[in-house]
Design a protein around this ligand. Sequence first.
Ligand SMILES: *[C@@H]1O[C@H](CO)[C@@H](O)[C@H](O)[C@H]1NC(C)=O
Ligand SMILES: *[C@@H]1O[C@H](CO)[C@@H](O)[C@H](O)[C@H]1NC(C)=O
Ligand SMILES: *[C@@H]1O[C@H](CO)[C@@H](O)[C@H](O)[C@H]1NC(C)=O
Length: 362
Amino acid sequence: MAIKLCQLPFALLIIGLAQLETFVVGTTGVPRVPCYFIFGDSLVDCGNNNDLETAAKANYAPYGMDFPTGANGRFTNGLTIADLIGQLLGFDHFIPSYASARDEEISSGVNYGSGSAGIREETGKHLGDRVCMDRQLRHHERITSRIRVLQQNKTFTNEHLKECIYIVNMGNNDYINNYLMPQFYKTSHKYRMEQYSEVLAEQYTKQLKKLYRLGARRIAVFGLGMLGCAPALMQRFETNGTCVDWINDAVMLFNNRLHPLVEELNYVYPNARFTFINLTNILAPKGGEPLPNKPCCPVRPDGQCVPNGVCCPSRSLSVYIDSFHPTEIANILLATRAYKAQSNLDVYPMDIGQLTRDRFDA
Ligand SMILES: *[C@@H]1O[C@H](CO)[C@@H](O)[C@H](O)[C@H]1NC(C)=O
Ligand SMILES: *[C@@H]1O[C@H](CO)[C@@H](O)[C@H](O)[C@H]1NC(C)=O
Ligand SMILES: *[C@@H]1O[C@H](CO)[C@@H](O)[C@H](O)[C@H]1NC(C)=O
């Protein structure tokens, strides 16, 4: 599961709503890149957990209540940030989950995202099965082999894979469903916060290098949002409605490592482009009335929606659908600025739009 959002100003939500119109009309035509691959947690999962034995799944109402075909495994009321970026890239279909993808679909991309998964293998274990980052990379390895077989031209497939956009959204659960649960996981006994961010960043670097070796050249790495402002954690740490500052500080330690991380990768691999998407900055309140950080739907003790719970009528005025996950309107804001930065702190060194256009010796 992922937590992403802090108090989002009302004005920004309205801007988000206006952009929704553009999404609806702007989705036909040829995509800007031939393919789009998605790695991450519940922020991007589109059904990979549906058949796993885990409490972390969202294939029941009210999830998907604003999605054309209803509940499907997405941990939100409508589209995920990954879906929305796909639309901005010009795809006229949703990238299928690894669990459901058919041969004729995989050349244009696969979504490996899995709720409760993390950079570390054990992350999310207390909830049940999940596809951790290493396993997502193994799935990708299988998919690239399969694409090679289908396309029957190694040179062509290598060129194809270089042109794709890859997004990676990991790390939320290494805090929420690992470090912040000392009753289930040893990490907080073993590492201080600073050390933990370092250990995570090191492992993440190795994983991103593996992704490069599997042919990826245009890679966007998402930082974490202000986890300390998620309703579930404010409740767990009994802050009486204010953000848990020390959790936000811990998250910042990790985020601050992603900047040098992409710098290093871009240096080591001059024929690739890695970029950092700064969700913390995108969601920083800039004046306006902050909205209360309350879930839109009635939630279970674990923070997910109660099955068939009756949700707030105006989802476009709510940041959280349950105690962890953003609503579609919040995802629209995130995706829009990840794709086209509105401030020089939103992305480093480039937004996803630029990532599709940049020419380099790939
Ligand atoms: C394989 O793909 C490359 C790059 O697209 C192309 O130049 C070449 O002609 C292809 N080879 C065959 C045998 O089709
Ligand atoms: C929590 O906040 C409410 C509203 O601001 C206040 O009335 C209440 O006394 C607070 N409770 C504690 C334990 O701080
Ligand atoms: C990300 O945004 C936060 C909040 O505005 C800022 O403090 C931080 O420096 C930014 N990080 C990068 C690498 O730009």
